[in-house]
Design a binder for this molecule. Structure first.
Ligand SMILES: C[S@@+](CC[C@H](N)C(=O)[O-])C[C@H]1O[C@@H](n2cnc3c(N)ncnc32)[C@H](O)[C@@H]1O
Length: 203
């Protein structure tokens, strides 16, 4: 696998899982890499994606345990989510595939004290956003070179289907404004590697 800007943030996302959490929802799970890490932490995971080809790969890989993973071939905008069910809801590079207001469905699916963590993509707005973006260029080149060298040494991995991607149409200021409106108390942080982190904890 080449260096993956989304997987790089899995440890950060795992640190956001509330203590004692039991149930997780991963939205747009792709081949299930984050779902497996959540299950390895002992969570029962519902992992949802409308792309059948990547979901098949995820299902074939199953769960490393101790938590179970239930994969659902579904669209988050229409899937009937139970309210107040999940201790953590994650969206990795998937929120821009759906209308931003979908976050209200995810918010309602959080149990009290539950955390929504969105690793998202949007265009930079402020000078700081641009500076973080620009600073990502040399780090990215270095990370890619290190991972490519490690792959050559290790003989490389079998190719897997890539999860569907699409362009985003929001700026970071759009995200900040909509997050403040729909998820009062949420926080939006700009991150290296052209990502942002939106976090929201349900009271
Ligand atoms: C860029 S991929 C990211 C996949 C995975 N989270 C990862 O980090 O590898 C975006 C994913 O969002 C999924 N997606 C697109 N529309 C969706 C929807 N309406 N509901 C849920 N997931 C969706 C895509 O099928 C794709 O797997």
């Amino acid at each position: 696998m080449p260096f993956d800007h989304n997987d790089f943030y899995h440890p950060l996302l795992l640190r956001l899982v509330p203590a004692g959490a039991r149930r997780a929802l991963d939205v747009g799970c792709g081949t299930g890499r984050l779902a497996r890490r959540l299950a390895a932490r002992g969570l029962e995971v519902d992992a949802l994606d409308p792309a059948a080809e990547v979901l098949e790969v995820a299902k074939a890989l199953g769960s490393p345990g101790p938590g179970a993973i239930t994969y659902r071939h579904a669209d988050i905008t229409t899937y009937p989510l139970s309210s107040s069910r999940y201790d953590v809801v994650t969206c990795v590079a998937s929120l821009h595939h759906v209308p931003f207001q979908t976050v209200t469905r995810l918010r309602d699916a959080l149990a009290p004290g539950g955390v929504l963590a969105v690793l998202g993509l949007a265009d930079p707005s402020t000078v700081r956003d641009h500076a973080v973006w620009l600073g990502s260029v040399p780090t990215n080149l270095l990370a890619k070179a290190v991972v490519a060298a490690a792959e050559r040494l290790g003989g490389g991995a079998d190719p897997v289907p890539r999860a569907p991607i699409r362009d985003w149409d929001m700026t970071l200021n759009d995200v900040r404004r909509e997050a403040a409106r729909l998820l009062p108390g949420s926080r939006v942080r700009v991150l290296p590697f052209w990502r942002y982190l939106l976090t929201y904890r349900r009271a």
